[in-house]
Design a protein around this ligand. Structure first.
Ligand code: GAR
Length: 216
C-alpha cells in the first residue's frame, strides 16, 4: 500500500523528527517523510534529516515581509513534495489562519504538556511551579488557537520532588518519541476520525490502571 507522505516542520534539535525517521526506517511503517522544513538554518534537526537522506529546505521567516508570504512558501514546497500530513515537531512559529485552514485535519503537533493544561512556552517549569504531580505530552490536530485542537494521544509522566525543568523535559521527551510515531501510524492506517472536535482511534486500547503520585 502507498505510504502516507509526511512533511516535518522543525526549528531546532529535531529529536521528534528523529523518532519519526527511526519509525519510517521500518519497511512495515505506513508513512514516509517527503520533506523536512526548518525555519532556522544550521540546526541539529537538519543534520538528522540530511543524515537520513531526506530532502530538506530552510525557509527563513525573516526573509518574508509577513507571516502569510512565509506560510505560502511552505505550503507550495510541501505540495510540490506531495505532502498529505504536516507534522509540527518543535516548530516554534505561529501559523497564519489561512495556513491552518488550508491544512485543516491534515496537520498535527506535539506539545510537552497534558493539554489543555499548560499551553505556550516554558511549560515544564510552569508545571513544576504549579505543584502539579503529573505532566506529560500531547499529540493533537492543529487549530488556529495555539496548542488547541482535537487530541489524538497523550502520555503521562510523574513530576518528582526536586525536578528542575530540564529533568522533567527529558522525562516527557522520552514519551514524546513514543507517542508521535504512534499517532502518525494510526492516521496513516486510516484509524483516526474526528467528530465534534474529538478524536477516536479505531481499535486503540485504553490503559486500565491509573497512577498516584506520591505513592500512598
Ligand atoms: C519538544 O519537547 C516539543 O514537544 C516542543 O519542543 C520540543 C522540540 O524538541 N514543542 C513545543 O513546545 C511546541 N509548543 P525536538 O526539536 O527535539 O523535537
Amino acid at each position: 500500500m502507498a505510504k502516507l507522505k509526511l512533511a516535518v516542520l522543525i526549528s531546532g534539535r529535531g529529536s521528534n523528527l528523529q523518532a519519526l525517521i527511526d519509525a519510517c526506517a521500518d519497511p512495515a511503517y505506513p508513512a514516509e517523510i517527503a520533506l523536512v522544513i526548518s525555519n532556522v538554518a544550521g540546526v541539529q534537526g537538519l543534520d538528522r534529516a540530511v543524515g537520513a537522506g531526506l530532502p530538506t529546505l530552510v525557509i527563513d521567516h525573516r526573509k518574508y515581509p509577513n507571516r502569510t508570504e512565509f506560510d505560502l512558501e511552505m505550503t507550495q514546497a510541501m505540495e510540490a513534495a506531495g505532502t498529505e500530513l504536516v507534522c509540527l515537531a518543535g516548530f516554534m512559529r505561529l501559523l497564519s489562519e489561512a495556513f491552518v485552514a488550508h491544512w485543516h485535519d491534515r496537520m498535527i503537533n506535539i506539545h510537552p504538556s497534558l493539554l489543555p493544561a499548560f499551553k505556550g512556552l516554558d511549560v515544564q517549569a510552569r508545571a513544576i511551579a504549579a505543584g502539579a504531580r503529573f505532566s506529560g505530552c500531547t499529540v493533537h490536530y492543529v487549530r488556529h488557537e495555539m496548542d488547541v485542537g482535537p487530541i489524538i494521544v497523550q502520555a503521562v509522566v510523574p513530576i518528582h520532588a526536586g525536578d528542575d525543568a530540564g529533568a522533567l523535559a527529558a522525562r516527557i521527551l522520552a514519551q514524546e518519541h513514543v507517542i508521535y510515531p504512534a499517532a502518525v501510524r494510526w492516521i496513516a492506517e486510516g484509524r483516526v476520525t474526528i467528530a465534534d472536535e474529538r478524536v477516536s482511534v479505531d481499535g486503540a486500547q485504553p490503559p486500565n490502571v491509573g497512577a498516584i503520585n506520591p505513592v500512598p
